[in-house]
Design a protein around this ligand. Structure first.
Ligand code: ADP
Ligand code: MG
Length: 374
């Protein structure tokens, strides 16, 4: 041992680099599932069925009825930075789909065995393909790596097996299968509230009945009732509100045109939240920004403060808040591990939301539409 002698610097192997990068995106079964759910929703699915074995460590399977993946795209599907959702840099500022950088499937293929069965409407059969470390591989030894035709419905099934089989430290950092499973259920529950038109089902392999099942074509309050229970649903208030600046006041919010006054901040919020009659030990807070489940400790603290004036000490509310902010004003290009999201005028928006909830709680009023002008 000669501590003064520097060790040589070596280039890490490509496969090791990829495995490390993948571990930063895919933390646990629930984070893989979140990416896959977002893909299903991006694909326009109305039915999403999740099957889980051993908390998702052994098997995580997601079947959707979305648009499917073209046979010709399968060879590059699990390569890093391959996506159908982004092509130019300026696309980044108007991206509205969940995923945008083609990293989820690639990452998964570096830390698990990934298989895909998919069929588009125009194809006459489904195709099955297996992936490892970003590339197509044979399903069984000796078989060809080419996707194989098979029977299947329109849509896509993603099968993840043996998650973290090659990263033992990551595997040992996971909790018990039942705890990982409850995290999976939590993610699906939140997406099911936010997407009441989509039917979600989640079950364990071999189990006869699902642990979570929602109908399609429902509405948010019904979804909350089904998933979080009557005691929350019966004490819910609902407000929607928006903010427009001068430049865009006269325009329809939906009809987004390219050429508009710069620096306009336009956002809308839709909130379902419990009134003062409901008290829970722990705050339940569902925050979606532009349809992506995110966390904002700033927003959470502000809303906690609002309720501290309404509820007894130690009691907490249920809040579902869906914010739509002009994609230009949201920093989506943060690393995907950053669940914390940042957006322009965060303080102002947080204040206005707190203010609106406060007024609504004070008057126990419902379904009011507030409009702010900035
Ligand atoms: P991203 O979502 O950022 O594009 P992903 O790695 O999550 O990256 O997915 C890569 C591509 O694979 C997507 O752009 C999409 O074209 C396709 N894809 C993935 N999952 C599905 C799905 N469930 N249905 C249809 N296409 C999918
Ligand atoms: Mg994606």
């Amino acid at each position: 041992d000669t501590p003064n002698e520097p060790l040589p610097i070596r280039r890490l192997q490509e496969s090791l680099i990829n495995r490390i990068a993948a571990g930063e995106i895919i933390h646990r079964p629930a984070s893989a599932l979140k990416e896959l759910l977002e893909n299903c929703l991006d694909a326009g699915s109305t039915s999403i069925r999740v099957t889980v074995k051993d908390g998702g460590m052994k098997l995580l399977q997601i079947q959707d009825n979305g648009c499917g993946i073209r046979r010709s795209d399968l060879p590059i599907l699990a390569e890093r930075f391959t996506t159908s959702k982004l092509s130019t840099f300026s696309d980044l500022s108007r991206i509205t789909t969940y995923g945008f950088r083609g990293e989820a499937l690639a990452s998964i293929s570096h830390v698990a065995h990934l298989s895909v069965v998919t069929k588009t409407k125009t194809e006459t059969c489904a195709w099955k393909a297996h992936y490892l470390d970003g590339a197509l591989v044979e399903g069984k030894p000796g078989q060809t790596v080419e996707p194989k035709p098979c029977a299947g419905n329109d849509g896509t099934t993603i099968i993840i097996e043996d998650l973290f089989y090659n990263t033992p430290t990551r595997l040992s950092a996971l909790r018990s299968a039942s705890e990982e499973y409850s995290r999976i259920l939590d993610v699906i529950t939140k997406y099911a509230v936010h997407n009441p038109k989509v039917s979600f089902v989640c079950k364990k392999t071999g189990s006869p009945s699902p642990d979570l099942s929602t109908p399609s074509s429902s509405e948010v309050p019904q979804a909350i009732r089904l998933l979080y229970g009557h005691s929350i649903a019966k004490d819910l208030l609902h407000v929607t509100f928006s903010s427009k600046n001068k430049a865009s006041q006269d325009q329809d919010m939906e009809g987004e045109e390219e050429e508009e006054a710069p620096n306009r901040e336009t956002w809308t919020a839709d909130a379902h939240f419990t009134n003062a009659n409901y008290q829970s030990k722990k705050m339940i807070f569902l925050l979606f920004i532009n349809h992506r489940l995110v966390e904002s400790s700033r927003m959470k603290r502000a809303l906690e403060a609002v309720y501290s004036g309404v509820l007894p000490k130690g009691a907490s509310p249920f809040i579902y808040l869906s914010l739509q902010i002009n994609p230009r004003d949201v920093d989506v290009n943060v690393h995907p591990t950053k669940k914390e999201v940042h957006f322009l005028n965060e303080d102002g928006i947080t204040d206005q939301i707190s203010d609106t909830l406060q007024r609504s709680l004070a008057s126990q009023s419902h379904s009011r539409v507030f409009e702010y002008q900035t």
